[in-house]
Design a protein around this ligand. Structure first.
Ligand code: HEM
Length: 407
């Protein structure tokens, strides 16, 4: 049976959510998906309000989603994977990201990220080299290793070591398995991958304890030690969450940005001529084709928003791309405009969970775009019929192939 076109798992919505945006912005802002007990939200004001609302949680378990027995079974079969789920959880089961933010925030300040500039350039040059010589290539494959290599360097896993190879080869299986609707087979593979990644990071933490350096892991250990209440397992989990949060989002953002630029050759030329616009262009690319499908929230009590009653126990799916296409905030949203005023953008979320890696993300996507402008001519042609998507990801718009030919 085919899914309705607004359904989060439909190929139509994943590849082209605009008809659903038009419906939502035309007045139907809370679209129900009864079989998921879900509400889809696409309007800017509602998305912004619900990102960080007192009656919603970022952990669906807080709202009674998922029964305890099923969770216990999952914990038994996939213990590493479940314990590394993209939430830090308090002893009473509620979500807690404040420890993570406290440990990581100093490493993600703009001044620290500027120091990463050279590393990011090096990684981009190394990974994207095929763009210099190939006449036909898949952009998704070409750029996909950039964020993972940047993060593994940031974590102090040295290039060309056994750990670096293991880390790079395990991560894709791990990412596939943390998708909330991954198959059991994918989860089995992800459990093995998660174990490997945990072991590598445990080794890195142990090494930095013995030989402190001026790097991120050493700093995280120092902050944790100062607090005195951070269990060593939590420390490693924070690092794994970082890898999970920062890799796929960045990988997809870049591929989607290339897709957008190649379908707007005039804008691409203007950008090629004036690279000072890249910073804003990154944000406009993220608005135009967001890597995020939905942020997940759940209502922890009955409440009202925009005159609409929301009962407890609803899965609330917030579309950041829908918010970026809301014509009440971004006029003529279908116009790709690298000079657009993007103040108030929700590309990186809003409120207490706002993206910790925003500066690193903008640096990476900007560096990649700069490189692509150097090496990919505007007459490069996207092979439309070769574009593929994986619609079964609730959090991300998973573009899986973007073949391009260079005449
Ligand atoms: C273009 C790439 C990226 C995009 C579009 C993006 C987007 C987002 C969004 C929308 C959120 C909010 C999630 C929510 O409220 O549920 C978020 C959170 C987060 N991001 Fe990013 N992100 C990107 C890259 C990165 C990078 C490179 C890192 C770090 C290496 C990172 C680390 C994080 C972390 C740790 C959180 C969780 C913050 C918390 O729970 O308090 N992100 N990101």
């Amino acid at each position: 049976m085919s899914l309705p076109s607004h359904h989060p798992f439909s190929i139509e919505y994943t590849a082209n959510p605009h008809p659903t945006f038009a419906r939502a912005h035309g007045g139907d802002d809370f679209i129900e998906v009864p079989e998921m007990q879900a509400l889809l939200v696409h309007g800017y004001d509602a998305v912004r309000a619900l990102c960080d609302h007192p009656s919603v949680s970022r952990n669906p378990m807080d709202a009674g989603f998922g029964d305890a027995e099923a969770l216990a079974q999952r914990m038994e079969r996939w213990p590493t994977l479940e314990s590394a789920a993209l939430q830090m959880v308090n002893e009473d089961g509620t979500a807690n990201t404040s420890v993570m933010r406290e440990l990581l925030a100093p490493d993600f300040r703009p001044s620290m990220i500027r120091k990463m500039d050279e590393t990011v350039h090096e990684v981009v040059e190394q990974v994207c080299a095929p763009l210099r010589s190939e006449r036909s290539l898949d952009i998704v494959k070409t750029v996909q290793e950039v964020p993972l290599r940047v993060i593994s360097r940031l974590l102090g896993i040295e290039d060309a070591t056994r750990d670096a190879d293991l880390f790079l080869s395990s991560a894709p299986d791990y990412f596939r398995g943390i998708n909330p609707v991954a198959s059991d087979t994918d989860r089995d593979k992800a459990e093995l991958a998660a174990k490997t990644m945990f072991e590598i990071l445990e080794r890195t933490v142990a090494d930095r304890r013995a030989n402190p350096q001026t790097d991120m892991v050493t700093q995280v250990i120092e902050i944790a030690d100062k607090r005195g209440d951070v269990h060593p397992d939590v420390l490693v989990r924070v690092l794994v969450i970082l890898v999970a949060a920062g890799t796929d989002t960045t990988r997809l953002s870049t591929s989607l940005a290339v897709k957008t630029l190649l379908s707007h050759p005039d804008e691409m030329e203007a950008l090629r001529d004036d690279r000072s616009k890249i910073k804003n262009a990154v944000m406009e690319c993220l608005r135009f084709e967001s890597p995020t499908k939905y942020l997940m929230r759940a209502s922890t009590e009955d409440f009202e928003i925009d005159g609409r009653e929301i009962p407890r126990g609803r899965l609330i799916l917030l579309s950041l791309m829908g918010a970026g296409w809301d014509p009440r905030v971004y006029p003529e949203p279908e116009r790709f405009d690298v000079d657009r005023d993007l103040r108030g953008s929700l590309n990186f979320g809003f409120g207490s969970g706002y993206c910790l890696g925003v500066h690193l993300a903008r640096l990476q996507v900007g560096t990649l775009l700069d490189y692509i402008l150097d090496h990919l001519p505007s007459n490069a042609r996207v092979i439309e019929e070769g574009i593929t998507w994986d619609p079964g990801n609730l959090s991300l718009r998973e573009l899986t192939a973007l073949p391009v030919e260079i005449p």
